[in-house]
Write a protein that binds this ligand. Structure first.
Ligand SMILES: Cc1cc2nc3c(=O)[nH]c(=O)nc-3n(C[C@H](O)[C@H](O)[C@H](O)COP(=O)(O)OP(=O)(O)OC[C@H]3O[C@@H](n4cnc5c(N)ncnc54)[C@H](O)[C@@H]3O)c2cc1C
Length: 414
């Protein structure tokens, strides 16, 4: 195959790569753009959701071509001593719709699907069949890479999308139903557990069982069983499964960001995804950050490559520094209470103001919010809370193949 020259080559067509491609194409339709994605479709096999307050008008406009499900009346949370409806709007998008929306917007020749980048350099990318794509700007959007330089635990989950024979009757999404049996310390070491529910249509419901654990082990049998039990309790058993999704996401308590950057960064290559550290340390979510990065990339794409690389390196460092507070909260969640009592940390948090909760999810908490969260009687013992502040957490070990974050998937069963 002959060599080609591009203005920008994006490696990885997941959330950050797909959004970057949309934003770049919208800002500079004249750019020669290529997105290299190892999978057969863009976006892998995920369902992504976000709060209205996570995105500004520009971000919302970028997502216009993509089919989504939106709930305008807010969402619920449920804990043993707190039931609450918050009135922030919520939206969810399946990766299949992400793929279709982007394919409709971008020229087909820009999308190199089912192709793996084997060599990524500042000057261009080589694919697994030896094709060489020269580029002025190379943008690394490959998956998050677990590393011993980062410390923390894992958010492990399995979601099941079901089409029921009868209407399910649920009106709002339930972002956190922690009024469920918590996982005592045996087997997987104990964990904070909650169920996430999305009423996707009158008869379609998505139920996800999640636990925050020290270990990245995805216990499929236990997760299946707990989803069955939850659905049984709700009377949601009669119907057919449409899709399954699993995830093993990092939850960060600390780390040596410089060392991590040295491990994952490629010289002269722009890095803008979860792999570059653009993650919310406690929720593991990336949507608001991936959107900000995509739009910033589109704004700066005409700058010399070295400047764009430096700009995103500085953004990654700023993000790490600005999210130290969320790593502290993660330490409280993991270390200040026994696993089956960890829910009290979030129960207290969800009793706070709606604006504060919105800013927390978007990783934009100002000083006054940070002080407010820590102010007052802690829901855990004070000596344990103080000890937790100084506990760095375990290095993030590379999960085994079967439970790897990269193995996260949705299996369409319909
Ligand atoms: C099941 C699941 C549900 C989630 N739900 C939410 C949510 O609701 N809200 C939220 O904000 N976050 C959510 N997250 C967390 C986070 O948003 C996602 O992990 C997000 O996909 C990270 O985006 P990314 O672009 O950095 O990486 P990814 O989306 O993982 O994309 C990386 C892409 O790079 C490709 N790739 C890797 N190596 C190569 C190569 N050599 N050549 C070519 N392609 C390559 C991969 O195939 C992959 O498609 C979820 C994560 C999972 C796993």
């Amino acid at each position: 195959m002959s060599d080609s020259t591009f203005d920008a080559v994006i490696v990885g067509g997941g959330l950050s790569g797909g959004l970057a491609a949309l934003a770049l194409y919208k800002a500079r339709p004249d750019f020669r753009l290529a997105v290299i994605e190892a999978g057969k479709t863009l976006g892998g096999n995920h369902r992504w959701s976000w709060f209205d307050s996570d995105l500004d008008d520009r971000g919302r406009a970028l997502l216009e071509p993509i089919r989504k499900t939106a709930w305008t009346k807010g969402y619920d949370v449920s804990f043993p001593n707190l039931k609450r409806t918050l009135h922030t709007g919520y939206t969810s998008m399946a990766s299949g719709d992400f793929h279709e929306g982007i394919c409709r917007v971008l020229p087909s020749e820009a999308l190199l699907l089912g192709r793996k980048a084997t060599d990524i350099k500042a000057s261009g990318v080589t694919l697994d069949d030896g094709t060489r794509l020269n580029a002025r700007l190379v943008i690394d959007c490959r998956n998050f890479q677990p590393s011993p330089h980062l410390r923390g635990g894992w958010q492990v989950f399995m979601g099941r999308h079901m089409r029921l024979n009868e209407p399910h009757g649920a009106e709002h999404p339930v972002i956190m139903d922690a009024d469920v049996e918590q996982l005592a310390p045996h087997g997987n070491g104990g964990a904070y557990r909650f169920v996430y529910v999305l009423p996707l249509s009158e008869r379609d419901v998505f139920v996800e069982d999640t636990y925050y654990a020290d270990d990245p082990k995805l216990d499929r049998t236990a997760l299946e069983g707990r989803i069955d039990q939850y659905c049984h309790d709700k009377g949601w058993m009669e119907g057919v499964p449409v899709a399954h999704e699993t995830g093993v996401l990092p939850v960060l308590t600390g780390g040596d960001f410089d060392a991590y950057q040295r491990e994952v960064r490629l010289p002269g290559v722009v890095a803008i995804g979860a792999r570059a550290g653009f993650i919310h340390p406690l929720t593991s979510y990336t949507m608001p950050i991936a959107m900000e990065n995509a739009l910033a990339l589109a704004d700066k794409a005409d700058l010399p490559a070295a400047q764009v690389v430096a700009l995103f390196e500085a953004r990654a460092r700023r993000h790490w520094n600005n999210t130290a507070y969320y790593r502290l909260l993660t330490r409280f969640l993991f270390f200040a209470a026994d696993p089956e009592r960890r829910y009290v940390v979030l129960q207290r948090f969800y009793g706070l103001g709606q604006g504060l909760i919105e800013r927390f999810y978007a990783a934009r908490s100002p000083l006054r919010d940070r002080a407010r969260v820590l102010w007052g009687k802690p829901p855990v013992s004070i000596p344990r809370a103080i000890k937790a502040m100084f506990q760095p957490g375990k290095p993030l070990r590379k999960p085994r193949n079967s439970d790897s974050p990269a193995a996260s998937s949705t299996e369409n069963t319909a």
